[in-house]
Ligand binder design. Structure first.
Ligand code: SAM
Length: 313
C-alpha cells in the first residue's frame, strides 16, 4: 500500500498472497495467487499463473527458500519477456536469504527500495526460462509406496515422526470403510490406508498439499478423492473413520484453534460408532477436547514426543 502510486498503472500478479487484505492493492489489474484455500479472494493453486498482461510480479516471502525458488522458477517458465519482480518479507523472517534465492534466478542484483514496519521490499527482474515441475518435486519411499511432495508441503521429502507413530498404530489390515484424512499433506496417511483397503478421502487447505496427495495416489495406482478444503467445508457425506495428524500452524503462527475445530466438528462427520484417530505432540490439550466431543476416548499409543488418540462417537 505504500507503493500505491506505482501499482496504480501496473498489471500485477501477487504470488504467495495468503492475506485477504492484498485484495485492496490499487493496481490497474490484480491477480492474487496463494496456497491457502481459506483466504477469500485469492486463487489457491500449486503454481502461480501469469495473467496477460502482467508487468510486475510481487512475491510475498514464503516460509521456505525452496518454495520461493519454486515459485520464481514457475513464473520464469511463463514469462514472454523480461519482467520486474518485487520480493517483500519481514526483516526477521529471512528476507535476506530470500534475496539470495531471488538473485540466483534474477537478471540483476536485487535492490532494496523500501523498509518499513519491520519489512523490506526488494526489486529485480526475471527473464523467460524453461520450467519443469518434476525438477522441484521430492519423491521418497514408504513401505512400498512412492510419496510425492512439493516445496511448502508439510514434512517435505520425509515422514514426520508423529505420522510414523500413527501409521504404526493404525490396524495393519486397515479399514474396509470410508476414511477421511484431514490435513493430508503429501498423502502419506491416505496412500497407506488406501493400500490397506480403505476408501480414502483426503482434504487439505493447502493447494500444494492437495496436488502432492493427488500425485502420490496416482503414482501408486491408488484410488481416492482429494479435496481442497478448510477442514470439512468441501466434504460431503459421513465416514467410518477420520484419521489426522492435525495442523499446529496457521501460516507461520502456531495455533491449536484449527485442531479444536477439527475435533469439535468430527462427530457430525462420522457414522454411528465411527472413530477418530489423531496424533499430536505430548502436552497439547487435545484429550480434554476429545472427551468433550466423543463418547469414549483412549490413548492408543505414545512415546516421548507423541500421543495417538482414538475416540469413538
Ligand atoms: C501436521 S500436517 C500433516 C500432514 C500429513 N497428514 C502428514 O502426516 O504428513 C497438517 C496438515 O494440515 C493442513 N491444514 C492446515 N490447516 C488446515 C485446514 N484449516 N483445513 C485442512 N487442512 C489444513 C496443512 O496444510 C498440513 O498439510
Amino acid at each position: 500500500m505504500r507503493h500505491a502510486d506505482t501499482l496504480a498503472d501496473r498489471h500485477v500478479l501477487v504470488v504467495g498472497a495468503d492475506d485477504p487484505s492484498l485484495c485492496q492493492l490499487p493496481a490497474l489489474s490484480l491477480a492474487l495467487q496463494g496456497d491457502d484455500a481459506s483466504v477469500p479472494g485469492v486463487a489457491a493453486t500449486l503454481l502461480p499463473t501469469l495473467p496477460a498482461p502482467c508487468d510486475l510480479v510481487v512475491v510475498i516471502l514464503p516460509k521456505s527458500r525452496e518454495q520461493l525458488a519454486f515459485w520464481l522458477a514457475a513464473v520464469r517458465g511463463q514469462l514472454q519477456t523480461t519482467t520486474e519482480v518485487w520480493l517483500v518479507g519481514a526483516a526477521n523472517g529471512g528476507v535476506r536469504g530470500g534475496v539470495s534465492t531471488l538473485e540466483t534466478l534474477a537478471d540483476e542484483p536485487a535492490s532494496q527500495f523500501d523498509s518499513a514496519r519491520h519489512c523490506k521490499l526488494f526489486s529485480s527482474s526475471l527473464s523467460p526460462a524453461s520450467f519443469m515441475l518434476s525438477d522441484h518435486e521430492q519423491r521418497w519411499a514408504l513401505d512400498g509406496l512412492s510419496i510425492v511432495s512439493y516445496p511448502g508441503v508439510f514434512s517435505h521429502g520425509r515422514l514426520d515422526a508423529g505420522s510414523a507413530l500413527l501409521l504404526d498404530t493404525l490396524p495393519a489390515d486397515g479399514f474396509s470403510g470410508a476414511v477421511l484424512d484431514v490435513g493430508c499433506g503429501a498423502g502419506v496417511i491416505s496412500a497407506t490406508l488406501a493400500k490397506r483397503g480403505a476408501r480414502a478421502t483426503a482434504v487439505d487447505v493447502s493447494a500444494a498439499a492437495v496436488a502432492a496427495t493427488r500425485q502420490t495416489l496416482q503414482r501408486n495406482g491408488l484410488e481416492g478423492m482429494v479435496l481442497l478444503s478448510d477442514l470439512y467445508a468441501a466434504v460431503d457425506g459421513s465416514f467410518d473413520v477420520i484419521v489426522t495428524n492435525p495442523p499446529f500452524h496457521d501460516g507461520t503462527r502456531r495455533t491449536t484453534d484449527i485442531t479444536r475445530r477439527l475435533i469439535a466438528e468430527a462427530p457430525a462427520r462420522l457414522r454411528a460408532h465411527g472413530e477418530l484417530w489423531l496424533v499430536a505432540n505430548q502436552g497439547l490439550p487435545y484429550g480434554d477436547w476429545l472427551r468433550d466431543a466423543f463418547a469414549r476416548v483412549e490413548v492408543a499409543a505414545e512415546n516421548r514426543h507423541f500421543r495417538v488418540w482414538r475416540a469413538w462417537r
